[in-house]
Design a protein around this ligand. Structure first.
Ligand code: DC
Length: 223
């Protein structure tokens, strides 16, 4: 099985790019952020403080997270309910970032992610795929862009979904999450030593897609 790891900060275009490149290559796209979002949603719905490991850890046994694919789109199922839309609410971003800093949550999701890579050719996107989840990945890409570019992308996504949020709020959220995700003690956001760094600032989606696809094909060929 072939594994491609794509890591990078929030809003760098990882999911849009990884999903489309996976379709071009015929691989399964695994959006691991969605798994952390599902845990964040569980905490939120059950009134559990998403920063409180002592409160959340004993409840993880009640959680079953599954992924399925329809029309090339990943769906996330939390205890039998398709929560793919609920996890995209703006407030779930911070909840996901908070639960993702808890070691018990990271350990809980590790097996599921590795199992996906054992079963399928995958393009997996996240923060620690190349460093922790799949250190043996065939290709590792670290995708980034300026915070302003990333915030603008997210802002447009929210607008398209009718969310009432300002660009400034989205930028602030991006900056807070960048800090959170790269300063946590466990599996912080950082490029793997053997990752290829790609910066998509100013690119159109099409340009970034071509860049990522070309990079993957070249790296696989040279192996
Ligand atoms: O990619 P996203 O915005 O859906 O991710 C939501 C949060 O989950 C993000 O703030 C960091 C965390 N995350 C993580 O810690 N490790 C991953 N592999 C994926 C996401």
């Amino acid at each position: 099985m072939i594994s491609v790891a794509i890591d990078g900060p929030s809003g760098a275009g990882k999911s849009s790019i990884a999903r489309r490149v996976a379709a071009r290559l015929g691989y399964t796209y695994v959006d691991t952020g969605a798994l952390y979002r599902a845990i964040g949603l569980f905490a939120h719905r059950n009134g559990i403080d998403d920063t409180d490991e002592a409160a959340l850890a004993p409840r993880l046994g009640e959680i079953k997270v599954e992924l399925f694919y329809r029309d090339g789109k990943q769906h996330v199922v939390l205890n039998g309910e398709d929560v793919s839309e609920d996890i995209r609410k703006p407030e779930m971003s911070m909840a996901a970032s908070n639960v993702s800093a808890l070691p018990a949550v990271r350990a809980f999701l590790l097996d599921l992610q590795r199992q996906m890579a054992r079963d399928y050719n995958v393009i997996m996107d996240g923060r620690d795929i190349g460093t922790v989840v799949l250190p043996q990945a065939d290709v590792k890409i670290f995708l980034t862009a300026s915070a302003e570019d990333r915030a603008m992308r997210r802002y447009k996504e929210f607008l398209g979904r009718g969310e009432n949020i300002s660009y400034e709020e989205v930028l602030e959220d991006i900056n807070r999450r960048d800090y959170n995700d790269s300063h946590r003690e466990i599996a912080p956001l950082r490029p793997a030593e053997d990752a290829i760094l790609l910066d998509t600032t100013g690119n159109t989606l099409e340009q970034s897609l071509d860049l990522v696809e070309r990079t993957i094909r070249e790296r696989l060929q040279s192996k």
